[in-house]
Design a protein around this ligand. Structure first.
Ligand code: HBZ
Length: 834
């Protein structure tokens, strides 16, 4: 049984949180909300009943929080993000409310199993990967740190696709996460707003002779907010995640209906509802997709109109907008809000341009998450103007002022102006969203030290030259509540038994674990926990895939989106190399190793899908070959999700963070693995560098080219084929694939992948191959000394304090947002009168 005995019961609870209270309410919900009695109830009914029971306790905090924010007129951070990858809510809410143990006992006394109920939840997969999950971690930390905040995003009807594997290939299925209802959201149709699209713009003079602008749209879409409570850990603060769903303004176009055009009337409704229908499954940009731009303006306009409504409710003048709100742009997906806020202030609230611009710049801050050029968003002017004619005009106007500023600071430098302009005019014309974000914000940040450095020196260097004061680094962090306390209760209990549970809110306190690093008993307990977690995962694997993996073997895991720059195929080259060594010498002494992969490929990204096929093809051969004698096993874990990740991170010995240096902005999986006691094998990329600094070089398996070496090699002319010809093991590994050995004799199957490697190898696999193989070997030797490995594992956890998202959020609050915590007291009684 898993326990969470580090959490004590909260006080001042209107609903009560004793086991008896929870049991009573659970049965009430089952009868009066689900309308079921036990003989008829499904597992889902029980899940819903428990969720509603928990939600009542949450609502109390939510209502009190809203009341205090309203009364105090608190300065608020709005986190605008096209993605929030929240993961399942029930377990997290039980932890944050401090009633996990009581709930477990309550359902047990009713003959149910809490783990089974938790598994029942369909997670809201409203994000692709790191960017969306970061937004979710930040919501958790903002609530825990009692920071007034609102998350604004899109309530996609279909989140990230479900991944199936057929014949080794990825197959996508729609994610119908809402099909059994969502107990955590409350719709607020009374706060619906309208968003205009298309049409044209009139400039005219009104009866009083004033210059006015009127946008006559082609269509209007209604946005209805759904609110989700975001509870802090052991605080009374419950902030809001407000997600917008698109509807037709009227469910029927009665004019069309009455004239007999029923289909036409319904069609319009369908078109509107498409806007929030599906999450785009690419983790780089969806260039030129009209619906994607529509989604962006949709949620941005809804959210900004909502902030203005809040100003009005609180009787605040719009001139103080930037005092009331600061808006963080999670990458450029919401960057259109810079033009939209200008439009709202100038066109709809008649503010003067200069004042509106000053407010806008003081309101926005921009986080960049990538320097891959193909991922920098830009929109063709033709598409942009046809969907957003007024925003196009506003962007031209902003650009006009901006270029004047550049010219003032850098006279006679037309190249610089062309480079920096909000409009790319080098060929077909585009709006450059990152430039808009830089110009319209007072703060710009990268997500790890190296990444920020590269932004300043490379991708955004012109902006850094113009606005050095705007730039800062904010290294990412992750929430230890979800990724340690909830997902690894055994480790949590062991840690808390030694150093108390203060670390859950103050992760730096993990440092105290260093005192136990030589304690043999503690080491033994640490090892036992890891072993048991690996055994649990092994049991799951045998159940799901029929593959036996040995929990004593080294669990080496690479779990993240599939991307060439993340180099899952470098990992595969190592596996093939081990396999070749075994085939050449069946009695070779190697450390038994289990290689686990998980991750989705964008449906249109052929090379990524081919990498999945390669992993599965190699797995098929290696796992069956009797010569291998089970010493190495390879498993591709399908349909990787937040829920699944919570089982995977705790079971890892070795975490693969092997991107080409300079390409991974930060990475956050690297932090989650290390917090659960995995050691990292990694390059000097993203936050790996800082993780290594914290845990100590001796506790980190480092290999590979540095970012500067990669740059230099690129500039000097990199010739991958030379590595192939001079490195025998590399040649053997590649030849195995090329011969069709892993593809039933078909030499064509993996040709596109091999061709890219021979031809350009843009991610330097061949150049890093030998260093990776050597480093893997080193790691496998250290693993044989379990005591040494365990010491390293303990030290990794002890030194992970920096990577709490609480630290990141504190930095945002101090350097960018200038927001202070607001304490929420629980006012336990219901009002006597209204
Ligand atoms: O953001 C990731 C970075 O690759 C990773 O290094 C970083 O740790 C993380 C958080 O800062 N970027 C993404 O996850 N990006 C996307 O998911 C994405 C989604 C839709 C797009 C573009 C990017 O249109």
């Amino acid at each position: 049984m898993q326990t969470q005995d580090t959490h004590k019961q909260p006080e001042n609870d209107l609903n009560g949180s004793s086991v008896a209270d929870l049991k009573r309410d659970f049965l009430n919900k089952l009868f009066y909300v689900q309308g079921k009695f036990p003989a008829l109830a499904s597992l889902n009914d029980y899940y819903m009943a428990l969720s509603y029971t928990v939600r009542d306790r949450l609502l109390e905090r939510w209502i009190n929080t809203a009341a205090i924010y309203t009364d105090s007129g608190a300065r608020t951070i709005c986190y605008l993000s096209a993605e929030f990858l929240m993961g399942p809510q029930l377990g997290n809410n039980l932890i944050n409310l401090g009633i996990y143990d009581q709930a477990q006992q309550a359902v047990e006394e009713l003959g149910l199993d809490l783990d089974a109920l938790l598994e029942q939840e369909e997670e809201p997969g409203l994000g692709n990967g790191g960017l969306g999950r970061l937004a979710a971690c930040y919501l958790d930390s903002m609530a825990t740190l009692e920071i007034p905040s609102i998350g604004y995003g899109i309530r996609y009807e279909f989140g990230i696709f479900e991944q199936d594997i057929r014949d080794g290939w990825q197959v996508e299925r729609t994610d119908k996460w809402l099909r059994f209802g969502n107990p955590w959201e409350i719709s607020r149709p009374e706060w619906a707003v309208e968003v205009k699209l298309g049409g044209h713009v009139d400039h005219y003079t009104d009866e009083q002779g004033r210059y006015r602008v009127r946008w006559i749209p082609y269509e209007v879409v209604k946005g209805v907010p759904y609110d989700n409570p975001i509870l802090g850990y052991k605080t009374n603060t419950a902030n809001t995640l407000r997600l917008w769903t698109a509807e037709a303004p009227e469910s029927f176009d009665f004019a069309a209906f009455n004239s007999g055009n029923y289909a036409g009337a319904v069609h319009k409704k369908m078109v509107s509802e498409n806007v929030s229908k599906v999450l785009y499954p690419n983790d780089d940009s969806d260039r030129g997709k009209r619906l994607r731009l529509t989604q962006q303006i949709f949620f941005v306009s809804c959210s900004l109109q909502d902030t203005i409504r809040i100003m009005q409710v609180q009787d605040l003048p719009l001139a103080k907008f930037h005092e009331k709100f600061v808006i963080q742009l999670n990458d450029t997906h919401p960057a259109i809000s810079i033009a939209e806020l200008m439009r709202l202030l100038v066109d709809e609230h008649y503010m003067k341009w200069d004042q509106a611009w000053a407010i806008t710049q003081r309101t926005f801050a921009y986080t960049n998450h990538t320097i891959l050029p193909e991922a920098l968003e830009r929109w063709p002017i033709a598409l942009f103007s046809s969907l957003l004619p007024r925003h196009m005009e506003i962007i031209y106007e902003i650009n006009h002022h901006f270029i004047d500023d550049v010219r003032m600071k850098f006279p006679d430098d037309p190249d610089r102006i062309a480079r920096m302009s909000l409009i790319d005019e080098s060929g077909e014309k585009y709006v450059r969203m990152a430039h808009l974000a830089c110009v319209g914000s007072h703060a710009i940040n990268g997500v790890a030290a190296l990444h920020t450095e590269l932004l300043q020196q490379d991708v955004l260097s012109d902006f850094y030259a113009l606005y050095p004061h705007k730039f800062s680094n904010k290294t990412n962090g992750v929430t230890p509540r979800r990724f340690v306390v909830l997902s690894n209760p055994r480790l949590t209990d062991l840690i808390s038994s030694k150093i108390g549970n203060g670390w859950i809110k103050h992760l730096d306190e993990l440092k105290k674990l260093e005192a136990y690093v030589d304690d043999i008993e503690f080491q033994q307990e640490w090892q036992d926990i890891k072993y048991n977690l690996k055994r649990d995962l092994a049991n799951q694997i045998v159940k799901d895939y029929g593959i036996n993996v040995d929990p004593h073997s080294l669990f080496d895991i690479q779990a993240k989106r599939i991307h060439e720059y993340k180099r899952q195929h470098l990992n595969v080259l190592h596996i093939i190399t081990l396999y070749n060594r075994i085939k050449a010498n069946p009695d070779i002494d190697i450390t038994p190793q289990t290689f686990l992969f998980g991750g989705k490929a964008a449906p249109g990204y052929f090379m990524a899908k081919l990498i999945i096929k390669l992993i599965n093809s190699v797995a098929d051969v290696v796992n069956r070959d009797p010569d291998v004698r089970d010493r190495i096993k390879v498993v591709f874990l399908k349909d990787y999700s937040v829920k699944f990740a919570q089982h995977v991170y705790p079971a890892a010995d070795l975490s693969e963070q092997i991107s080409t240096a300079g390409k991974e902005a930060s990475g956050t999986g690297n932090m989650k693995f290390a917090m659960n006691g995995a050691l990292t094998i990694g390059t000097l990329d993203g936050a790996n560098i800082e993780i290594r600094e914290e845990v100590g070089a001796e506790n980190f398996f480092l290999f590979g080219l540095t970012e500067q070496e990669v740059q230099k090699m690129s500039a000097d002319g990199y010739s991958p084929i030379d590595y192939y010809h001079t490195n025998l093991e590399l040649k053997l590994a590649i030849d195995r694939i090329a011969s069709g050995f892993f593809s039933h004799g078909d030499p064509e199957l993996f040709k596109p992948l091999l061709h890219t490697l021979f031809d350009r190898d843009p991610y330097f696999l061949f150049a890093d191959y030998q260093a990776y193989i050597d480093c893997q070997h080193q790691a496998s030797l250290v693993y044989r000394d379990l005591e040494r490995w365990t010491r390293m594992s303990i030290l990794n956890v002890a030194r992970m304090g920096k990577f709490s998202s609480d630290r990141s959020i504190r930095e945002y609050c101090e350097d960018i947002w200038h927001i202070k915590p607001v304490k929420v007291e629980l006012n336990t009684s219901m009002p006597d009168n209204l």
